[in-house]
Design a protein around this ligand. Structure first.
Ligand code: NCD
Ligand code: ZN
Length: 395
């Protein structure tokens, strides 16, 4: 007989096939509810201004921490920028939520060593983001010549401040589907060899090549995987008419790349963890002759991952991917809260309000099999040094 209290899974009475969890086979049916440690999102875009009421409300539903990308119209370049942005974000957290934003700085060729050292000392800045100039949305302030930031990378390595990488070349001659693999070969492999102690996250990986690179690197190198790169491939973008709401960067790749990402996510290797890259754009900016890159998934992020893990008979591995490996990489305490997902399908709205505009969320108008039923709160420890409480984020 299955002990539901210890494995935290409950079974569907109508289904008699059984399921596998933690290496054991449990008879009696498929899972219809399960409880895991509350997750963190290690890569999201919240934007700024009145749209924060949408993005922050969605992010804070059950994520306990989210790494917030710095690619605003006016990018987050300094400690003061990060602090001011943090405060604007916090004004939109619905009451009763325990969520905390973890801030990042936007790496430019003029970043100075003092800023890196101050970022390391601050309790709310967790990492620095590298955008190759021209690679993606609001990357124009990014880096054109990687050799110019080597002195800064050296300081980051010395103080142990992680580098988050948008891994695509911007070379016009390089096919857009090859840009990630080329970036790894030309720049990232040499970079991790030159700075072996630097902790590096290759963000939102999209290819078999990226999976192999991360697997064959040291434990200082990790990757985030988005729900959309697990659920979709380039056919979902291009077949039967162009689907602007499936356009993101790095662009969706082949089915075999999608399969490699799924295998990585469910593999149980700690170098792969959850990062949604939820990146909202107003509907008009997406449905345009020159549409913006970015997919919004924060309305149902954990539910999307649960769909993928369930489809691949791997629900028992979701907790480590969503709630453990990322925290361990960032040397943060694990969340003590728990979330319960239930098998209860619901339909994603066609559109969501986004400030004075609307946005089209991932799976708009489609049904999702899982719902998050509740989150059990506790007093969480959120400080990046692992010794404080959430209140230490307050200024
Ligand atoms: C992101 C955005 O819109 O800010 N877009 C995207 O397609 N992922 C930027 C990024 O992460 O590349
Ligand atoms: Zn992103």
């Amino acid at each position: 007989m299955v002990d539901h209290s210890s494995n935290r899974f409950s079974l569907c009475a109508d289904c008699l096939i059984g399921f596998r969890y933690n290496g054991r086979f449990y008879e009696g049916g498929c899972v219809n509810a399960f409880t895991i440690r509350a997750p963190d999102d290690w890569h999201c875009h919240l934007r700024d201004g009145d749209v924060l009421s949408r993005t922050v409300a969605d992010q804070s539903r059950y994520f306990i921490r989210s790494i917030v990308m710095p690619n605003l119209a006016s990018p987050v370049l300094t400690i003061d920028d990060a602090q001011a942005y943090y405060q604007r974000i916090m004004m939109h957290v619905p009451s009763g939520r325990q969520w905390q934003p973890c801030m990042t700085l936007y790496l430019t060729e003029s970043m100075d060593a003092k800023t890196i050292r101050m970022a390391k000392q601050s309790s709310y800045i967790l990492a620095v983001k590298l955008y190759p100039a021209g690679a993606t949305t609001r990357s124009e302030f990014g880096v054109s010549n990687l050799s110019r930031i080597e002195p800064i990378l050296s300081v980051m390595e010395e103080v142990d401040l992680p580098l988050l990488v948008h891994g695509e070349v911007v070379d016009d001659a390089c096919d857009i589907f090859d840009r990630e693999a080329q970036f790894i070969d030309r720049y990232l492999q040499p970079l991790v060899e030159k700075f072996p102690r630097l902790r590096v996250v290759l963000e939102h990986i999209t290819t078999q090549a990226a999976v192999q690179f991360v697997r064959s690197s040291s434990s200082n190198v990790a990757a985030t995987i988005t729900p959309h790169h697990l659920l979709l491939n380039r056919n979902d973008l291009l077949v039967g008419g162009l689907k602007p709401h499936h356009y993101c960067l790095p662009v969706l790749k082949r089915s075999r790349d999608q399969q490699a990402l799924i295998e990585a996510a469910i593999s149980g290797y700690p170098c792969f963890f959850l990062g949604t890259d939820s990146a909202p754009h107003a509907v008009d900016a997406k449905e345009s002759a020159c549409g913006c890159a970015g997919i919004y998934s924060a309305h149902a992020a954990l539910e999307f991952y649960a769909e993928v893990f369930e489809q691949h008979d791997a629900l028992g591995r979701l907790e480590k991917f969503a709630s453990e490996y990322g925290a361990r990489f960032y040397q943060l305490p694990l969340n003590e809260q728990r979330v319960t997902l239930v098998k209860a399908s619901w339909t994603v709205p066609e559109q969501l309000t986004f400030g004075s505009d609307m946005l089209v969320p991932l799976f708009a108008g489609q049904s999702i099999g899982w719902s998050v039923r509740d989150i059990e709160p506790v007093n969480n420890k959120c400080d990046k040094k692992g010794k404080g409480s959430a209140s230490e984020y307050d200024y």
